[in-house]
Design a protein around this ligand. Structure first.
Ligand SMILES: NC(=O)c1ccc[n+]([C@@H]2O[C@H](COP(=O)([O-])OP(=O)(O)OC[C@H]3O[C@@H](n4cnc5c(N)ncnc54)[C@H](O)[C@@H]3O)[C@@H](O)[C@H]2O)c1
Length: 129
């Protein structure tokens, strides 16, 4: 199984990635702006990491969505202070950028494995007819 984790250096991604590498034989492809919480994963042969901004690395992101079985879109500004100081920026990243990911998952019919979650929204495509 190939998993794409966007926002892999965050709280969830940095805990989930080493767990997956230890307990499963799955491959992880991942992106984040930073790496300081996943340094132990970076040298692992089944962890393929690219540092970058998902809103700029759109071609790479699309390519990985095509190639992976499961997508975990964890990129977010999860900082309540910024909900007040930069509400538009938070909306653009947390909602709009993740909606683009969901649309690509839908376009490439990533429907047959785990559903895709972000924030409190659950995306579970309809089964193919
Ligand atoms: N942590 C929780 O308990 C929890 C609970 C429910 C839902 N969630 C949701 O799950 C998601 C992930 O949560 P988290 O706690 O891991 O968040 P987090 O803030 O720890 O991680 C977000 C990651 O996204 C990265 N990031 C930000 N902008 C980026 C960009 N443009 N390109 C690439 N990477 C970027 C950050 O560097 C960070 O590592 C969020 O949407 C959050 O609301 C979290």
């Amino acid at each position: 199984m190939k998993i794409l984790i966007l926002g892999a250096n965050g709280f969830i991604g940095s805990n989930l990635s080493p767990y997956i590498l230890k307990h499963h034989d799955w491959d992880i492809t991942a992106m984040d702006l930073q790496t300081h919480k996943i340094t132990d994963c970076l040298q692992h042969p089944r962890f393929h990491f690219k540092i970058g901004d998902i809103t700029k690395e759109t071609a790479w992101v699309e390519q990985q969505i095509q190639a992976c079985d499961v997508v975990l879109p964890l990129v977010a500004i999860a900082n309540p202070a910024m909900y007040v100081t930069d509400p538009l920026g938070v909306f653009e990243l947390d909602f709009e950028a993740n909606l683009d990911i969901v649309k690509l998952c839908s376009a490439y019919k990533k429907t047959h494995h785990l559903p895709l979650h972000f924030r409190s929204v659950r995306y579970e495509p309809r089964p193919a007819l």
